[in-house]
Design a protein around this ligand. Structure first.
Ligand SMILES: NC(=O)c1ccc[n+]([C@@H]2O[C@H](COP(=O)([O-])OP(=O)(O)OC[C@H]3O[C@@H](n4cnc5c(N)ncnc54)[C@H](OP(=O)(O)O)[C@@H]3O)[C@@H](O)[C@H]2O)c1
Length: 234
């Protein structure tokens, strides 16, 4: 008989890592992916030390061949995906006049095309009652000067999620987008602004919201979650 897993991308760090830990605490076996093997190993240890279950598979998610191998690995264990969380992503800032096309493309590749490809390959493994989460951003419904690539990728991700919801509803599959304002993670190290990290959301805030949403009754679909720190949006 097949078992069920939560497939979490971006699980080595930040929001994805918190989500993986909270889902494991809630009793779901976690299948974690990201590129950094030692961080995935330490996640597995943290989860297993608390009696949870975690397997991991390192992958460069923008590489279609690696995605095929990842899905093959899941298939090997006769496993269904009951929860798919897309958290992997990157932020690159720069004005339209100055951003290299290669940086624009890399942002699109990981923030938009990778979730599209992984979702497409996962659809056959998603049963009735399963749930797909897209970790989007405040940049998925607003625009900010110097954030064109990030905003465009997240607006696209919103469109992908909304389309997918219409396509998968007849199969009883839920789709939720989460739109957090700034979260205090390593992603902030790559952003050249002096924002007050103490006033940002924490990765656990996003993970709690996601797990609460996942635990709603089967007939309830929460389509979107908007999260910000009461101190304001950064
Ligand atoms: N931090 C914020 O302020 C904020 C706010 C709103 C939304 N978000 C969104 O939240 C999500 C998670 O961000 P975070 O703040 O948790 O960032 P983070 O701490 O930098 O984590 C990013 C994760 O994505 C993985 N990743 C990045 N590029 C990858 C690639 N090419 N292939 C495979 N994995 C890759 C990283 O793993 P490896 O490096 O190990 O590959 C890491 O696990 C992103 O989609 C981001 O846009 C963040």
């Amino acid at each position: 008989m097949s078992s069920e897993i939560a497939l979490v991308t971006g699980a080595s760090k930040g929001i994805g890592r918190s989500v993986a830990k909270k889902l494991a605490e809630a009793g779901l076996p976690v299948f974690a992916t990201a590129r950094n093997i030692s961080e995935l190993q330490s996640l597995q240890k943290e989860i297993e030390d608390r009696s949870g279950t975690c397997v991991f598979y390192p992958a460069e998610l923008t590489n279609e061949t690696q995605l095929d191998l990842l899905v093959k690995e899941i298939l090997k264990s006769d496993t269904k995906i009951s929860l798919l969380v897309h958290s992997a992503g990157k932020a690159k800032v720069g004005s339209v006049g100055k951003m290299a096309v290669s940086e624009w493309q890399k942002t699109m590749d990981i923030n938009l095309t990778a979730p599209f490809m992984l979702t497409q390959k996962s659809i056959p493994l998603l049963g009735e009652g399963s749930h797909i989460f897209f970790v989007n951003s405040v940049a998925g419904y607003q625009t900010f000067s110097e954030w064109s690539a990030y905003c465009a990728s997240k607006w696209g991700l919103r469109a992908l999620a909304d389309t997918l919801r219409q396509e998968l509803a007849p199969r009883g599959i839920k789709v939720t987008s989460i739109y957090p304002s700034s979260v205090d993670t390593k992603m902030q190290d790559q952003i050249p602004y002096d924002w007050d990290r103490g006033k940002m959301l924490k990765p656990d805030d996003v993970a709690e919201a996601l797990v609460n949403c996942y635990q709603q009754p089967a007939h309830v679909q929460i389509k979107e979650i908007y999260l910000e720190n009461l101190a304001g949006t950064f």
